[in-house]
Ligand binder design. Sequence first.
Ligand SMILES: [Cu+2]
Length: 203
Amino acid sequence: MHFSKTVALVAQAGAAFAAIKNVNVGGNKQLVFAPTSITANPGDTVRFTFLDQNHTATAGTPGQGCKPGGQFNSGFVNVAANAGTKPTFDVAVTSTQPQVVYCAQAQHCQVGMVMVINPSATGATSLAAYKAVSAKAKTNTPAKAVNGGVLKNATPAKAAKKARRTFERRPCFEPQTDKNRYPSFFSIDFGWNKPFGHTRWHG
Ligand SMILES: [Cu+2]
């Protein structure tokens, strides 16, 4: 009897300390997470609330900007202008290890849409270092699937048109109908290809 009471009390105490740590994603059309750093303990939940536009909350890789780390990914969350209930993505915290996070939309990561859960003061998992390495990233790589958390009030969205700009060589006789991947201003034919025959850069 004594034993089971003690167990119940310990379980209650554990639950009492578990907290929801809120992180806003976007808002006022800003490309930001707010706050940009939080501390969270095992048992806590980090709740990303998507306020507007189309963003992701994606676990990153320390030392490598804008690249998925695999721990969690909300996927692209597009918030309708009149959305009453904002979409949320809940991530259960299992350790106090630093976790870098970025938005995989367009160039959001490069322009500073990054944050760190349990940041270190210095080194690759500090906010300053992750921000700096992300600013230099050549590509902003989305994670492949939604994972590692619970997404609510969201319908799956896609990357905005400019999010995944792909550069490759293609024969120039290929009709350029792929407007999503090659926006028209990147498909302007300056005639530079002519001396070289049948290949040129698209992009
Ligand atoms: Cu974003």
